[in-house]
Design a protein. Structure first.
Length: 452
């Protein structure tokens, strides 16, 4: 048999196998950055749109700010059961009573119902099961959070008292099951219910009964963004354990150390969990853009797509399910506008999400004092150079598989877990997790209730 020789071709990552009397056969030897959506072909103009969007999100070095989102579970004062959007003196009534405090030009209505409010520094929106989300920012220092949030509560709390319900900061409804909670009147959530009720695990539970705290941070360039996304993905589960705040699940004591992580990780893998390829050293904004644009949208929002609006499409046609179609099959062959970009990204729920900022999504809903402390810790780890350098040095070369193992380790072993091979006491010291205010209850009406 004639010998087979190898030579490198001009194609990066390709070796050519040469057999006497035969053609050169290229053999791939460099693995792909990601093996997600292998047969999907995103529109190049859409990819370029996202790259420009990320580029425009860059902040000036040294001026990093924060955004904080806190979702609240509305529960009846007498029974601790969930308050729905539609019931008398429910969430719709609350929003209408809050509206005079907000900019009337920024009210958001859908299907004849008020579903969102906004003013400078604060917006109020709804999650699928009527969870009331308060988005606050941009903050220049963590302590600014208390000031803006306190104003929101001074306005909301007297109304809540009159309506007979309150806000609870847990990761899941204390008494109600997902089956007891109707979805609020947004077409997006109807489509999500149809889709997520048929795939993976926990879809309706996550949508209707869960609540979170999310912290957003700035980036100064592509490299800075990717490094922060990796770091947030690595340490997020450890921070989530120390800020765990979900005593109940489906009306019973919560059996999961990290319920929020358990729900999201098993929900719909193509749009949740660790970003595919993130820990490959070649990973960049383009890889993120391709992944987002290749995933089926689940729900298409064409309300700000001029071509669709001009076509005379009905409201239901402008808001429609897209269970198989990705962005390139829904949006026109041109650059995407910011509204379209934000919608596409919003259909991904990875542990860390890139917009024109970086969104860290690991944590249960927290009372404001704990949310402020979490934001202080995030600030210390991501914005103080020596702390960030120390973390990046420690985790240099970490792999996607090690992150998956650490997440599973926390779920399997709880307080005895050893994520990344170290006990939790090590991480408490290494990450500076002091003064966590773990004695502040998520529901002041039940001051002795905490997650184990």
């Amino acid at each position: 048999m004639p010998a087979i020789g190898f030579s490198y071709s001009r194609l990066a990552g390709v070796r050519a196998r040469q057999c006497p009397g035969s053609h050169t056969i290229p053999i791939m030897v460099t693995p792909r950055i990601s093996y997600a959506h292998l047969l999907a072909k995103p529109n190049p103009k859409h990819v370029e749109s996202l790259l420009k969007f990320f580029e425009n999100g860059r902040a000036q070095r040294g001026t990093g700010g924060f955004g904080v989102e806190i979702e609240h579970l509305p529960v009846h004062n007498g029974s601790d059961t969930a308050v729905s959007y539609y019931e008398p003196n429910g969430i719709e009534t609350l929003l209408k009573r809050l509206a005079p405090y907000y900019d009337p030009e920024k009210e958001y209505w859908e299907n004849g119902h008020l579903v969102g409010l906004a003013r400078p520094g604060v917006s109020v929106s709804l999650e699928p099961g009527g969870q009331v989300e308060t988005s606050i920012g941009v903050l220049r220092k963590p302590s600014d959070l208390i000031t803006l949030y306190s104003k929101f509560r001074r306005e909301a709390d007297p109304i809540l008292e009159e309506l007979g319900f309150r806000f609870v900061n847990y990761g899941y409804q204390p008494k109600s099951s997902f089956a007891d909670v109707p979805v609020n009147p947004k077409d997006r959530y109807d489509a999500m219910t149809d889709y997520l009720g048929r795939v993976g695990q926990f879809g309706p539970c996550m949508m209707r009964c869960s609540a979170s705290t999310q912290v957003s941070i700035d980036f100064v360039d592509e490299r800075d963004a990717i490094e922060k996304m990796r770091l947030g993905t690595v340490i997020g589960p450890i921070l989530a354990y120390y800020f765990r705040n979900t005593p109940y699940f489906e009306g019973q004591p919560n059996p999961y150390p990290l319920l929020r992580q358990r729900m999201w990780d098993f929900l719909d893998f193509q749009r949740t969990n660790v970003l595919p390829g993130l820990f490959d050293p070649r990973y960049g904004w383009e890889d993120y853009a391709i992944d987002v644009l290749s995933t089926p949208l689940m729900f298409a929002d064409l309300t700000h797509t001029p071509e669709a609006v001009a076509s005379g499409a009905s409201p239901k046609e402008l808001h429609r399910p897209a269970f198989r179609e990705n962005a390139g099959e829904v949006y026109p062959d041109r650059e995407l506008n910011p509204y379209e970009i934000n919608h596409i990204i919003s259909t991904h729920f990875n542990d860390v999400r890139l917009k024109n900022f970086i969104e860290l999504r690991h944590w249960d809903s927290l009372p404001i004092e704990r949310a402020e402390r979490l934001t202080e810790i995030v600030s210390s780890l991501f914005y103080i150079p020596e702390n960030r350098d120390r973390l990046e040095s420690y985790f240099e070369g970490i792999t996607e598989s090690e992150v998956y193992e650490a997440k599973a380790n926390l779920q399997a072993h709880g307080r005895e877990a050893t994520p990344y091979g170290q006990p939790l006491d090590f991480w408490k010291e290494f990450l500076g997790l002091e003064g966590l205010l773990a004695d502040i209850p998520g529901d002041p009406n039940h001051p002795d209730v905490f997650q184990e």
